[in-house]
Each structure stands twice: as C-alpha cells, then as structure tokens.
Design a protein around this ligand. Structure first.
Ligand code: GSH
Length: 217
C-alpha cells in the first residue's frame, strides 16, 4: 500500500493524486493541515526535511518532490493502470520539458496572481501586479502550448505533464475567487479551456479535487 501525504489546495500534491488515480494504484491519502503546522512537525520533517507536500511512502522508501514521485510511480509500476509518460524517448522528453517549464517558468510568471489573491488583504491588493502576472502567465502558456501532442500533452491520453499543467491552472482559477481581475477563462483561452474540460471529464478527476475546495463549493 502506498501513502500520499497531501495538503488540500497544493497543486503539487494534487498532481500526484491524479497520477496515482491514473495508474489505478491502491493508496491511502493522508491530509495534513497547513494551518495546524502539520508540515513542520518533527515526524513529518523526518519524511521531508523541507516541510512541504507531497510525500510518497512506498514500504520503506520515502520520496518527496512531486515530479520525482510521478516518474517513480511510472517506473516502479510500469504494468499498472495507464502510463504517465510515453515509451518513446523523444515524446517522453517533451513531456518532461513541459513539466520543467511549468515548475521553473510558469510558477514564477504566475506568482503575482497567487500572491495577490492569497497573500494580501483585499485592501492591500495591487491590481497592476495582477495585470502584469496575467501577461507573464500568458507568455508562458503560449510557449508551453507547443507541448500539446493532440488532445493532451501526453498525446491521445493524459499523462504526467497534463496533471502538472492542469493543477497549476486549477490553482490560478482559484485565485479568481479572491481577485476577479484574474479573469481566468480569458487568460487561458479556448485551447486550454477545452483541454481542462477533458481532464475534468476523466472518471477520477472529481475525486482528486482538493477536499477543502469541495467543502466550500
Ligand atoms: N517542488 C515541490 C514543491 C512543493 C510545495 O511547494 N508544496 C507547498 C504547497 S503548494 C508546501 O508544502 N508548502 C508548505 C511550506 O512551504 O511551508 C514539489 O514539486 O513537490
């Protein structure tokens, strides 16, 4: 049995949750509380000294960093469920590139959106920073769209890159609740909008929505 240490609302934990479901692996999801400081407790720091989610535990093997976890799941359980990465090395490299571009470039570009939405009181929000974040995020989305390989980044079926991009965008959409000027649908445009709808139609997608978001809906 695998254990996923998870925090509700974390796109990194959410992507691993989708990956586990895609691979139809049995797992237990342990939801930690950011507010209660669960991630900084000694027993959790023993699993991840960075005090971040997600962590995967597989027997006596402990792994943190979501991208490494997704690769591990696909390599350790190649015959289980559906593949997260294509077998072809070039297609696999292109998916990894999308993931790195999201982690390294999109994350920084979109930072003003979540900083203004979740890190500022309403009266302190800087809408010029939101506008600049939208422009920077759009530049990255245009670049990353080169990685679409059909209906998905993974080709005819979703894979690790899809789960990575989807959950980051899901987090940006969440910002709109606090800051309507994020104008999410307009920001992502029709190509990403249709692709998000395809991810949301997957049979396991709903089960992976961050539970605190569902509770608040
Ligand atoms: N590079 C890490 C990022 C993980 C991460 O930043 N997790 C955030 C939640 S979105 C976290 O646990 N933050 C808690 C903290 O920094 O105190 C990964 O891919 O797993």
């Amino acid at each position: 049995m695998l254990t996923l240490y998870y925090g509700s609302g974390s796109p990194y934990a959410w992507r691993v949750n989708l990956a586990l479901e895609h691979k139809a692996l049995p797992y237990e999801r342990r939801v930690l509380s950011f507010a209660l400081g669960d991630l900084k407790k000694p027993e959790y720091l023993a699993l991840n000294p960075r005090g971040k989610v997600p962590v995967l535990v597989d027997g006596d093997f402990v792994l943190y960093e979501s991208s490494a976890i997704m690769e591990y799941l696909d390599e350790a359980y190649p015959a289980q469920g559906q593949r997260l990465y294509p077998g072809d090395p070039q297609r696999r490299a292109l998916q990894r590139r999308v993931i790195l571009e999201m982690n390294d470039y999109f994350e920084k570009a979109a930072d003003p959106l979540w900083t203004q939405a979740f890190g500022r009181k309403p009266e302190e929000r800087d809408l010029a920073a939101v506008a600049a974040g939208r422009v920077a995020a759009r530049v990255e989305l245009d670049r990353i769209a080169a990685g679409f390989a059909g209906d998905y980044f993974g080709g005819s079926a979703p894979g690790a890159a899809d789960f990575c991009v989807y959950t980051m965008l899901g987090f940006v959409r969440r910002c709109e609740l606090k800051v309507p000027e994020v104008a999410f649908a307009d920001l992502i445009g029709p190509q990403y909008g249709a692709w998000m709808a395809r991810i949301e139609a997957l049979p396991y997608s709903d089960a992976c929505i961050p539970p605190t978001w569902k509770a608040a809906a």
